[in-house]
Design a protein around this ligand. Structure first.
Ligand SMILES: O=C(O)CCC(=O)C(=O)O
Length: 311
């Protein structure tokens, strides 16, 4: 069976991440970008909860519910800097979206075909997963947009960032927790990802030295999420120990669920569109995915069995 070579397996085991150039073609990437562009166009600002945020006292609940019920839908999440103080978009809606998620692999035929392709199955076979399930698919745009409105005069010497925001250091198993932890991220570069437009950064080997020490859970009452500690908190590892992973379009980056990773701001003129989903080991392999995880499978959309789903 193809899948990962012995050398790639060794590298993934050592570093906790693995770059696989040319995993898919430029045509694949272009096809997925077209679907992504259509989804961005489809966004209806009139019905998006952000529009309602400006007229509601408690915007958090709307935001929370919109997020927490997005596991089986295609929903839109804005960049932190997408709105000005008056709640107006600072740029075109198609440039203000940070991500679309979280069921593209189920609901969008092109993404479904791409996600359940044989190459993905082969990789999970070579990592010896018995019952992998795909969940939480996302398009992450990290937009390069028009500059934000000019800052007040006192701040004028500071750079004016564009709006594709950072992703802070984290371990994916914090957010997609199984007992024992098993998340693996599949991260596909739909465009070149460079130091300038916000490529990924990894702390090599951290999956072996830093256990998954916290998890994000649904609050037991009402909406929203919180973090619980599974053991003593681990301080954020030093920034200087991260290595960058610039990649070309067509690359797949595999991400171990316990490896620390992050990505930078997009200060450049170039966008950085990526598609990602995660696999977890399922219950047929003895792993538990419980009701406290933010993403809850539904009767209509159970966690998709990778090996049994046709592309
Ligand atoms: O694409 C990015 O910038 C961050 C993605 C990431 O950290 C993740 O999917 O876990």
């Amino acid at each position: 069976m193809p899948g990962l070579t012995a050398e790639q397996l060794q590298q993934f085991d050592r570093d906790g991440f693995l770059v696989i150039p040319n995993f898919f073609t430029a045509e694949d990437a272009s096809g997925l970008r077209q679907v992504a562009a259509r989804l961005l166009d489809d966004l209806d600002m009139a019905t998006h909860p952000k529009t309602r945020f400006t007229t509601m006292d408690s915007d958090e609940h709307v935001g929370d519910d919109y997020f927490l019920s997005s596991g089986d839908k295609v929903r839109y999440f804005f960049e932190v800097d997408a709105f000005d103080d008056k709640g107006e978009l600072v740029t075109d809606k198609t440039k203000a979206i940070n991500k679309i998620g979280h069921a593209l692999h189920e609901l969008e035929p092109e993404f479904r075909k791409f996600s359940f392709r044989q190459g993905v199955k082969d990789i999970m076979h070579s990592l010896q997963y018995k019952d992998p399930r795909i969940l939480q698919s996302m398009l992450i745009f990290k937009a390069s947009a028009r500059r934000r409105p000019p800052p007040p005069p006192a701040a004028q010497l500071l750079p004016q960032p564009k709006i594709g925001g950072t992703v802070p250091p984290h371990q994916d198993s914090t957010f997609l927790y199984t007992n024992p932890p098993s998340a693996v991220g599949f991260w596909f570069a739909l465009e070149d990802c460079t130091l300038d437009n916000g490529c990924m950064w990894f702390l090599p080997g951290s999956h072996k030295t830093i256990p998954v020490w916290q998890r994000m859970v649904r609050k037991p009452t009402g909406s929203g999420t919180t973090f619980i500690h599974l053991q003593d908190p681990v301080p954020d590892p030093p920034e200087s120990e991260y290595v960058c992973a610039p990649v070309s379009v067509g690359s797949l980056v595999l991400i171990h669920g316990a490896v620390y990773h992050k990505s930078g701001h997009n200060y450049s003129d170039k966008s950085r569109w990526i598609y990602t989903f995660h696999c977890i080991e399922g219950e047929d392999a003895g792993h538990t995915y419980d009701e406290r995880n933010w993403l809850q499978p539904t009767k209509e959309m159970p966690l998709a069995k990778l090996y049994e789903t046709e592309a």
